[in-house]
Unconditional design. Structure first.
Length: 192
């Protein structure tokens, strides 16, 4: 089975995440997309993150109606801060018959060479890239790399940062969130 790994803090997960993941599952050769909920991104400040368990719950609820989309808390048990290469190695050990691949926004190709062991990732894993509106320019050699595949997914410019700020300002954000995730956020009074 060919699995696409969609890493993120999902703080919170929003409809843009679902649109991209579903598009990858339906319009590429990936069989499933796993939302890998990241406990702590080495490039982000931890204080703005909801508790790991709550972000996983949001993803779990948001994906329950989509058989090809799965939540994953695989990184919760790994030493922190964690790096993608460690997760990939761990997943391969745990699921040797699965073919794991990365999913990332086109803007992330710009900083991909800063990732720990990025050469090893490129050597052993394929990368599925969705378009993003960005001023950043990708590294030219990555654009034509044999392991990098561009998927013409819809461009969705919704950000979790915008949603958190809007909730704090008492704005209506329900249309930006999967319904079940919105209910959980509202019940738990998150980001207010």
């Amino acid at each position: 089975m060919k699995i696409g790994l969609f890493f993120g803090s999902f703080n919170p997960i929003h409809v843009g995440h679902l649109i991209i993941a579903n598009h990858m599952a339906e319009y590429s050769d990936l069989d499933e997309v796993w939302f890998v909920v990241t406990p702590h991104n080495p490039f982000k400040k931890k204080k703005s993150l909801l508790d790991d368990h709550h972000r996983f719950q949001l993803v779990l609820r948001a994906t329950e109606d989509y058989p090809k989309l799965k939540p994953s808390n695989i990184e919760f048990g790994l030493p922190q801060p964690n790096y993608t290469i460690n997760t990939l190695v761990h997943l391969k050990e745990k699921h040797p018959d699965y073919d794991f691949n990365l999913i990332m926004g086109q803007d992330n190709l710009y900083s991909f060479k800063k990732w720990k062991n990025y050469e090893t990732i490129l050597e052993h894993y394929e990368i599925y890239v969705y378009p993003r509106v960005s001023e950043k320019k990708e590294a030219p050699e990555l654009l034509s790399h044999a392991k990098v595949h561009f998927v013409q997914a819809p461009i969705v410019e919704i950000s979790s940062t915008f949603i958190r700020k809007a909730i704090k300002e008492h704005k209506e954000v329900k249309p930006l969130l999967p319904h079940t995730a919105w209910i959980y956020l509202d019940e738990m009074n998150f980001y207010k």
